[in-house]
Design a protein around this ligand. Structure first.
Ligand code: NAP
Length: 248
């Protein structure tokens, strides 16, 4: 049986490195992205050139129609999915709650929470042994922000990640008998462009003094944890939270 993985937000940062590592471990890799098709194609090409098999699918995960269409396209072009990494996520600019607009809150929750729920829903339909699937594994990407709360920066983002932690616990129990495992990885502060997109490209340098290991993490250090949770080496692990955060 082919191992087919979808990594949302697989065109950049942690998702892109996870895609490369998944290909090295024998997965047929589907990456999702929202708008940067150049970056998505670069990830796909790099995998295909090194002998793997990868495909890119554009979809805004906060749109139910786009998610449903993306999963249908994967069924048709690639096959039945066996693994999902719910990785796509956004941060808005640093602000206190007192200054946050409803528009901002709706956007962050729509992508980080609703988008992850929708992708999990569609993946389960395909993985569930009750639906004729072969089972599967889902890894949700949360953040240490869910525990720390991100005061004065983005407590909206932190709260979306709290929702992902709770969803993981509940969903893991809902689908355990359907041969689907669901776990969550909580990265700490990782060197990716997400910090620049939120207006502070050098954020890792500023906060690393507060990390017990006194450094930011690299995307591959998160990717290795994700791939382990997806693998058969973690066959009795479900509903678990794995912090990859330098001790924070
Ligand atoms: P990143 O470098 O900014 O990459 C984000 C990815 O998500 C891109 O591929 C982007 O595609 C995609 N994306 C954004 N909005 C989307 C949408 N609506 N629909 C589909 N795709 C969308 O981010 P990252 O730092 O690797 O973060 C990945 C995950 O790790 C996120 O969930 C983040 O919250 C979490 N995390 C990161 C850190 C960190 O320090 N970096 C720490 C803790 C947790 P486009 O470029 O095409 O928009």
């Amino acid at each position: 049986m082919s191992k087919i993985i979808l990594i949302t937000g697989g065109s950049d940062g942690i998702g892109a490195v996870t895609a490369q590592l998944a290909a090295e471990q024998g997965y047929i890799v589907c990456i999702n992205y929202r708008q940067n098709h150049i970056a998505a194609n670069k990830v796909v090409e790099a995998i295909n050139v090194s002998g793997g098999q990868a495909y890119a699918f554009q979809a805004d995960i906060s749109s139910e129609n786009e998610v449903v269409d993306m999963f249908a396209a994967i069924d048709a072009q690639v096959g039945r999915m066996t693994a999902l990494v719910n990785n796509a996520g956004i941060i808005e600019s640093q602000q206190k709650l007192v200054d946050m607009s409803a528009e901002r809150l709706q956007k962050v929750f729509a992508v980080n929470v609703v988008g992850s729920f929708l992708c999990a829903r569609e993946a389960i339909k395909r993985m569930s042994v009750r639906n004729g699937g072969n089972g599967g594994s889902i890894v949700n990407i949360s953040s240490m922000a869910s525990r720390l709360g991100s005061p004065f920066e983005y407590i909206d983002y932190a709260a979306t990640k709290g929702a992902i932690d709770s969803m993981t616990v509940g969903l893991s129990k809902e689908v355990a008998e359907e041969n689907i495992r669901v776990n969550v990885v909580r990265p700490g502060t990782i060197y990716t462009d997400i910090h620049g997109k939120a207006g502070e490209p050098a954020r890792v340098e500023r906060v690393k003094a507060f990390i017990p290991m006194k450094r930011g993490g690299q995307p591959d250090e998160v990717a290795k944890a994700i791939l382990w949770l997806l693998s058969d080496d973690a066959s009795y692990v479900t509903g678990a939270t794995l912090d990859v955060a330098g001790g924070r």
